[in-house]
Design a protein around this ligand. Structure first.
Ligand SMILES: NC(=O)c1ccc[n+]([C@@H]2O[C@H](COP(=O)([O-])OP(=O)(O)OC[C@H]3O[C@@H](n4cnc5c(N)ncnc54)[C@H](O)[C@@H]3O)[C@@H](O)[C@H]2O)c1
Ligand SMILES: O=C(O)C1=N[C@H](C(=O)O)CCC1
Length: 244
């Protein structure tokens, strides 16, 4: 477990400990050497660290033949491409990069993509605890990418927007032609709304993680499954039969 003393890592340590058939062999933090993974004989590495460290961590694990379950954010298209190239040199190794481990969030992303082409406007609001270091959230970036792809594939124009002046960035970030707004508020854990607007109607697809326990079923599923999914899987849905 990398990032074992963090908010997610400490919860995941407990989840692995209470899961029959899994053995936790190493709990590493920022100061620890990755060589400890090799010394401990780790078969699967779980990365719950920080965007600036995750790529090097995963590359080390893959180069040493260890499968990886990655929940850390920051995996943009360039990083994913580099990882796929590395995995091609290490057949037999599997990596799951999951922007969100909660089943509800995975479904909300999928539902957002399904609905995206039926509405003239779509914007995403993500709301998280104020200790989060990155914005927009990985989940929002992934949702925007899926929504943007679905709209482009269906020939839907970008959402209309008459804004001419926005010196402070009040209209949010533009991710794949979709506006994303990031709220940071004490008391929150992880929440997201996809707002879809048409003439005279609105559909809101909302997901709330009230507790980090909501991510643990996905983490454990990832650890159990990653060894039988060679190469890169982007999104927990790759291990789920969503039936959609
Ligand atoms: N995929 C998901 O479902 C999901 C859910 C929650 C959080 N996250 C993501 O997981 C990451 C961690 O979130 P958090 O809230 O636990 O953050 P956190 O800051 O509480 O924990 C990160 C931990 O990683 C440690 N760390 C930093 N660099 C390291 C390194 N090189 N090696 C080992 N440990 C290192 C830090 O010291 C810290 O203890 C973030 O990117 C967050 O967005 C993903
Ligand atoms: O708490 C966080 O940080 C979270 N990070 C992920 C993201 O950025 O989408 C998943 C939700 C919680």
């Amino acid at each position: 477990m990398l990032g074992a003393r963090g908010r997610m890592g400490s919860e995941a340590v407990q989840a692995v400990r209470r899961t029959e058939g899994l053995q936790l062999v190493a709990e590493l933090g920022r100061e620890d050497s990755l060589q400890a993974l090799v010394a401990a004989g780790a078969e699967v590495v779980v990365d719950l660290t920080v965007p600036s460290a995750t790529e090097a961590n995963v590359r080390f694990a893959v180069q040493h033949g260890m499968h990886c379950v990655v929940g850390t954010t920051g995996w943009d298209a360039e990083r994913l491409d580099r990882l796929e190239a590395l995995l091609a040199e290490h057949p037999g190794v599997g990596v799951l990069v999951a922007p969100n481990f909660s089943v509800g969030a995975v479904l909300a992303m999928r539902f957002s993509a399904q609905a995206a082409r039926f509405f003239e406007s779509v914007e995403i609001v993500e709301l998280h605890h104020p200790d989060k270091v990155d914005a927009p959230s990985g989940t929002a970036a992934r949702t925007a990418a899926l929504v943007g792809q679905a709209r482009r594939a269906a020939g839907v124009a970008p959402s209309p927007d008459a804004t001419e002046q926005d010196p402070g960035g009040a209209r949010g970030a533009l991710v794949e032609d979709v506006r994303v707004h990031s709220v940071r508020l004490r008391g929150l854990v992880a929440h997201q709304e996809t707002l879809l607007g048409g003439v005279g109607e609105q559909l809101t697809i909302r997901h709330d993680s009230f507790d980090r326990i909501s991510f643990m079923t996905g983490v454990v599923l990832g650890v159990r499954e990653v060894g039988s999914h060679q190469g890169l899987t982007h999104g927990l849905e790759g291990y789920l039969d969503l039936g959609l």
